[in-house]
Design a protein around this ligand. Structure first.
Ligand SMILES: C[S@@+](CC[C@H](N)C(=O)[O-])C[C@H]1O[C@@H](n2cnc3c(N)ncnc32)[C@H](O)[C@@H]1O
Ligand SMILES: [Zn+2]
Length: 272
């Protein structure tokens, strides 16, 4: 059964052949890759909202190189502890991109847990669903999530936007919100090439209303890269890619090897 609800009337779905149909007879076809597109056309600010194909492919290539594997492993260890006493748990990866972390978690946490993931970028969800088949993927906005109230035991948000009221609505009482955001030294060696004065990312973030912070973790490590394509992929998946003009890119790529700091804030909040 689909965990998702109708984006037009919020009732549950029943599946008939390759279509999900809600109580009010709204139809949504399941794409051949297995995902649902639940983003109403009038909710789009542009024709193709979210990360475009180039950013998504750069992110997939970089993540495949293993550059952020330590983060995936740290999250897996953390979630195992948070959910240790749960018989069942429904996890949601909000703004999941091409599904790298969702898939790592689905592969390392107990099989009895269920995983849903959404992103506003259709191309990202198409790639995600094509590659990983034990996760419920849908195209939807984090600002209007097609899931029932209090249906989530743990919501993960890695470098993605969200709305406080949706976090409050979706997560069960005593459930968890886990966020990953850039910490002060994140990608410092790239940012110092662009900015005269590099702004520090915050050392920590505040709990959203209705939540209490229960853990504040930091993951800081140097990434050693010797393949220029990996540096290009890392740049092209970041929001500051467009600030690298030809000259800056050439200067950076003239180096033979690179040491780039990765620095993440990982915060755990419990729903009051
Ligand atoms: C920096 S990427 C992070 C992707 C993934 N969490 C990861 O770390 O690999 C941010 C993602 O948020 C998505 N996004 C942006 N606005 C969104 C929204 N309103 N609702 C859902 N996803 C959104 C983008 O399409 C993109 O995939
Ligand atoms: Zn409906």
């Amino acid at each position: 059964m689909s965990p998702f609800t109708c984006p037009l009337c919020q009732t549950p779905f029943k599946q008939t052949n390759n279509t999900q149909i809600c109580a009010n007879n709204h139809h949504f076809d399941i794409a051949k890759e297995g995902y649902l597109n639940l983003l109403p056309v009038n909710a789009k600010n542009s024709k193709n909202p979210g990360d475009n194909k180039e950013m998504m492919q750069a992110r997939r290539a970089f993540l495949n190189s293993g550059g952020y594997l330590l983060l995936a492993e740290k999250l897996s260890d953390l979630l195992k502890v948070l959910l240790a006493d749960k018989e069942q748990a429904h996890l949601l990866d909000l703004g999941c991109g091409e599904g790298y972390y969702t898939a790592h978690l689905a592969g390392t946490l107990p099989e009895r847990f269920s995983f849903s993931a959404l992103d506003i970028s259709k191309v990202a969800i198409r790639y995600a669903a094509k590659r990983y088949n034990n996760i419920n993927f849908c195209v939807a906005s984090a600002y209007d999530v097609p899931l029932a109230d209090k249906s989530i035991d743990l919501l993960l948000r890695i470098y993605a936007p969200s709305l406080d009221s949706e976090l409050q609505r979706l997560i069960k009482s005593q459930g968890y919100l886990v966020t990953v955001t850039p910490a002060p030294r994140h990608l410092y060696q790239l940012r110092e090439k662009i900015y005269e004065q590099v702004n520090q990312h915050p050392e920590e973030n505040q709990a959203p209303p209705g939540f209490t912070k229960v853990e504040q973790l930091n993951l800081h490590y140097p990434l050693f890269i010797d393949n220029p394509q990996v540096v290009k992929d890392l740049i092209n998946m970041t929001p500051f890619a467009w600030k690298f003009n030809q000259q800056k890119m050439q200067e950076l790529l003239a180096e033979k090897s690179w040491k780039i700091e990765c620095d993440f804030n990982i915060e755990v909040y419990r729903k009051d």
